[in-house]
Design a protein around this ligand. Structure first.
Ligand code: SF4
Length: 452
């Protein structure tokens, strides 16, 4: 999905605050499993009846009701909502009331097609007379289907803070999974442990999210990390370290990427995927950046009224970004002394990396900003291989590939483009094995970055 100019938590709170649907069910699509469940915990703590929909099982429906030209995440999410509603109709029979449901689908005003997903899905739902009453709640949408009055205006800032924190904690749980699983003492133990921990943390967000009692949430997270550490077999030596970048939906939705991380692990890798918080921070950072450009331009032209409004935006988005950094640092400071998990880069640092290497500009936007800079950071940090994961035909990821491939060849760092569209390619596993063989050679030649 498109990151540039997409809904930040600023717009989330502003828009969520306008709507009112406390007696409805909010349907959250499962992009990243852990973050979806933790976000549901946050919604529930604010009195919203939210649930995570099953994912990927409705792909046939998604394909049936799309033309094939859409991005793959659009097909997956369309299938998710259609299958969910079909099952609800079966379960409830005549008691099925479409107005009771709101499908939660963010939108974007950037250059990609993501901004069109929810509009297209509106057309699909409207093509079934019995589903016309199902609303689509969009973070930045101004249409009348929106989530009316879901959260009181005065609580929207608190909601935004808790939602952001849930994303940070979900990222840490994912990093814990990728840190433990390649070194687990007992095969399969990590998956069960992380699933249980996810539910525990979701319950904690439900109990403490609205109160913003983040210390209690972090206390529980510490206990989870301690428990997870005990699953690691200290006698298993470090493995080649693989970094994953790419399009946010595909790299975090394990069904869509055919569980790429697990497959890489099967062939000897330890993997670090880019976080979701990075994407959220990027969208906020970009708002600050754009407001600064507007401020400078208007000051130069002596348009002080407009400059004043841009200054307000700089301060407002800047305050949000500062808050996000404080929470991010708070969480990682608590967990890093316990276990050497990978951290997150500051977006300003990533922009500097792009400028220094003269590779791409934040002016152009899109997730390519994060992916290209993220790859350069991995190169600098001594990763043994890098995978770029994306939906087939994804524009920003194709740009990323075209820019970084020559660099990876020059630096002799194994690089894998991993596009997905739901089909199973017979040669994919062989490609991954070859990539891992190269990564292992790199690891033998140059060693690897230390954990953390
Ligand atoms: S082109 Fe890529 S980033 Fe843009 S909407 Fe499609 S999948 Fe998302």
């Amino acid at each position: 999905m498109e990151a540039q100019k997409s809904a930040t938590f600023q717009s989330l709170s502003e828009n969520v605050g306008q709507f009112s649907l406390r007696d409805k069910t909010l349907l959250i699509p499962e992009m990243n499993r852990i973050s979806a469940h933790l976000l549901v915990g946050v919604f529930r703590s604010f009195g919203i009846n939210a649930l995570v929909m099953e994912t990927y099982k409705g792909l046939d429906l998604g394909k049936e009701f799309t033309s094939g030209k859409e991005c793959f995440p659009c097909q997956v999410t369309t299938g998710d909502i259609l299958l969910f509603l079909e099952k609800e109709k079966e379960r409830l029979g005549n008691d099925f009331v479409p107005e009771d449901y709101i499908f939660f689908m963010p939108e974007s005003d950037g250059p990609c097609r993501f901004g069109m997903y929810n509009k297209y899905q509106r057309i699909v739902l409207d093509s079934f007379p019995e589903l016309r009453g199902v609303k689509i709640g969009s973070l930045t949408s101004e249409d009348s289907y929106a989530l009316k009055g879901m959260i009181e205006k005065e609580r929207t800032r608190d909601f935004r803070k808790a939602a952001y924190f849930s994303i940070v904690i979900a990222d840490i749980l994912d990093r814990l999974l990728w840190r433990i699983r390649p070194y687990e003492k007992e095969q399969g133990a990590t998956d069960g442990f992380i699933e249980r921990s996810m539910m525990t943390m979701a319950d904690h967000f439900e109990s403490y999210g609205a109160k913003k009692d983040f210390d209690t949430i972090l206390d529980k997270l510490e206990a989870v990390i301690e428990e997870g550490k005990a699953l690691i077999d200290p006698d298993i030596p470090p493995k080649p370290l693989i970094g994953i970048v790419g399009e946010i939906y595909l790299r975090t939705h394990v069904n869509s990427n055919q569980d790429l991380i697990r497959m890489l692990e099967r062939y000897g890798a330890e993997v670090v995927n880019a976080t979701i918080a990075e994407w959220v921070n990027y969208t906020t950072y970009d708002k600050v950046r754009e407001a600064k450009v507007g401020l400078r331009l208007n000051l130069k032209q002596f348009r002080f009224d407009k400059a004043k409004s841009y200054l307000k935006q700089v301060l407002s988005y800047g305050g949000d970004l500062l808050y996000q950094h404080i929470r991010l640092d708070q969480a990682y400071k608590r967990v890093k002394p316990l276990l050497d998990l990978a951290g997150d880069h500051r977006i300003a640092h990533l922009e500097k990396t792009l400028i220094k290497n003269d590779l791409y500009s934040f002016e152009l936007g899109t997730e390519a900003c994060l992916s290209i800079a993220g790859i350069m950071e991995h190169v600098h940090d001594g990763y043994n291989g890098i995978a770029n994961v994306y939906p087939f035909t994804c524009m920003p990821s194709t740009i990323t590939s075209s820019i970084v491939r020559p660099i990876m060849n020059r630096e002799r760092i194994p690089y894998l483009d991993a596009p997905y569209d739901g089909s199973y390619q017979p040669g994919r596993e062989a490609g991954i094995r070859t990539f891992m063989y190269q990564a292992y050679q790199h690891f033998k030649r140059r060693g690897r970055k230390k954990h953390g």
